[in-house]
Design a binder for this molecule. Structure first.
Ligand SMILES: [Zn+2]
Length: 495
């Protein structure tokens, strides 16, 4: 705010604050006053007329931080809320408005009006072009909200709001986050019937630093970390980071893993201690999730809060969850990571050979580490359910795996799945070869396009890059499919 130059504050437009200057029609004197003068101070004439120019818009709006709080009269609002904390604005009016508010704040109030200015991104279309009616690439927020919901739209903007970068908005992105809103909705509706009789108040009374069960300790520990990550993201105005942490945690940890792992416990016939602890943990985690997601999805989180809490108050009255209430459990996290990794490997193997989800498989493990063997034994039921296994068996160090097995290694554990009788080798090989052919054809077509001077000359850089990426992706896909086909041929030779 140094070396600031004077700027002309009068404008010849019909709206705005009229400049408080009057002219005497009798002697020509000019009078500047706070109140409308009744007579000329020079000649006492009452024939006065006010200046018709108005104050520059930015001169008037420079008063905004305090004129909105009751200034110039002494007001309680002014006392409590001035200076404000953060101003959110676009970079194009930094000097027009933001600097002017600072000038006026310093002049009239003796203090700057805010300490942080968040300069938000500009929303552009998917190709990075400025939206304009003539280009026809405008995404109308009202239409989008009707189609995908306000919360999905709001979450999308937060997720794409990388500091210092423009937002490239496309309907596909919004549609993708609408799936996320649905996921939260469905997960909460699934949990609801298991949470009857629980309340935040009763949990506060029996807060469990150690929920006993390892799966519960793991999710509690993860919630604590996510609370910290979301807090940091919001405090540092990195809304996209906060949004991504929430997305990953809710979808890939809470829904994909935690809910799946506890389903057998929730459906136990008797109300065991394990089930009681699990229900309480589920309630605590879900309540934390709804409060964490609230700034990003105010409507859905409120609705789900009311459903889960049977209408006891609004989520607006609930505080933000505190990370310290969710103790860390490094060992539980490590074990659950291992378990997830193992299940992931089995699923991967199944996927490679296109084993239909309805078919269960035998799982053979060669697992020299006794701690890992113990872990597998403890989660045997979960493993069988989530990896669609019929049985888990162990191989000795020198023992041979069953014939015609597909295999993989994870953290020193060798995994074997016999596939004879599970898949039809010839059919599967035919399918793979057909897919390889199709991908090769796609790739050749794209390369042909990229060799075409006409296309290269006319297409925007983004479109060309997209085609180049496509060739790379197809190349990797072909390599992978050929690997699968090669393994399949080996299996056929064995079995
Ligand atoms: Zn006069």
């Amino acid at each position: 705010m140094n070396n600031i130059r004077d700027w002309c504050i009068s404008r010849q437009i019909w709206w705005g604050h009229q400049i408080p200057a009057w002219y005497c029609d009798s002697c020509g004197a000019m009078i500047v006053a706070r109140e409308t003068p009744q007579a000329c101070p020079e000649c006492r004439s009452a024939a006065l007329h006010q200046e018709t120019d108005v104050l520059d818009t930015w001169f008037s709006s420079a008063l905004w931080p305090f004129s909105t709080l009751g200034w110039p009269d002494p007001a309680r609002d002014l006392e409590v809320y001035y200076p404000t904390s953060v101003l959110v604005t676009g970079f194009d009016i930094l000097f027009f408005w933001v600097a002017r508010m600072m000038m006026m704040g310093l002049h009239f109030m003796g203090r700057v009006p805010f300490t942080h200015v968040y300069i938000h991104a500009l929303v552009r279309d998917a190709e990075g072009q400025k939206m304009s009616k003539s280009k026809g690439n405008v995404i109308d927020p009202l239409t989008v909200m009707d189609r995908y919901g306000t919360d999905a739209f709001r979450f999308t903007l937060a997720a794409l709001a990388v500091q210092g970068r423009d937002i490239k908005l496309s309907e596909e992105r919004i549609e993708g986050y609408r799936h996320f809103v649905n996921k939260i909705w469905n997960a909460t509706r699934f949990c609801s019937p298991h949470l009857t009789g629980l309340s935040l108040e009763s949990l506060a009374a029996d807060r469990e630093p150690d929920p006993g069960d390892e799966t519960n300790r793991w999710i509690i520990s993860r919630v604590g970390q996510v609370i910290r990550e979301v807090e940091t993201g919001i405090e540092q105005y990195r809304f996209n980071e906060a949004a991504h942490h929430l997305y990953h945690f809710i979808w890939h940890e809470f829904c994909d893993w935690y809910l799946e792992l506890i389903k057998p416990v929730l459906y136990q016939e008797n109300d065991t201690e394990q089930r009681r602890v699990t229900r309480r943990t589920l309630f605590r985690v879900l309540m934390a999730i709804l409060r964490l997601i609230h700034p990003f999805m105010p409507f859905v989180s409120e609705k789900l809060w009311q459903i889960t809490r049977a209408g006891q108050g609004s989520i607006l009255e609930a505080g933000f969850p505190q990370a310290d209430d969710f103790p860390e459990a490094p060992l539980a996290e490590k074990n659950l990571m291992l378990l997830q990794g193992l299940i992931y490997e089995v699923r991967n193997l199944r996927g490679e050979m296109n084993i239909p989800p309805s078919k269960t498989v035998e799982i053979w493990l060669r697992c020299p580490d006794p701690a890992l063997r113990e872990l597998v034994a403890r989660y045997r039921n979960n493993l069988l359910i989530l990896a669609k296994g019929a049985e888990i068996s162990y191989l000795g160090e020198t023992e041979k795996p069953p014939a015609a097995s597909i295999s993989s290694v994870f953290q020193g554990v060798e995994i074997f799945i016999p596939v004879k009788g599970v898949i039809q080798f010839e059919d599967e090989l035919k399918r793979l070869e057909k897919e390889i052919q199709k991908s090769r054809k796609d790739s050749q077509q794209t390369e042909k396009k990229l060799a075409n001077e006409d296309f290269l000359g006319k297409a925007p850089a983004e479109v060309i890059q997209k085609e180049k990426d496509k060739v790379l992706v197809l190349g990797k896909k072909i390599e992978k499919l050929e690997g699968h086909a090669g393994r399949l041929k080996q299996l056929m030779a064995q079995g």
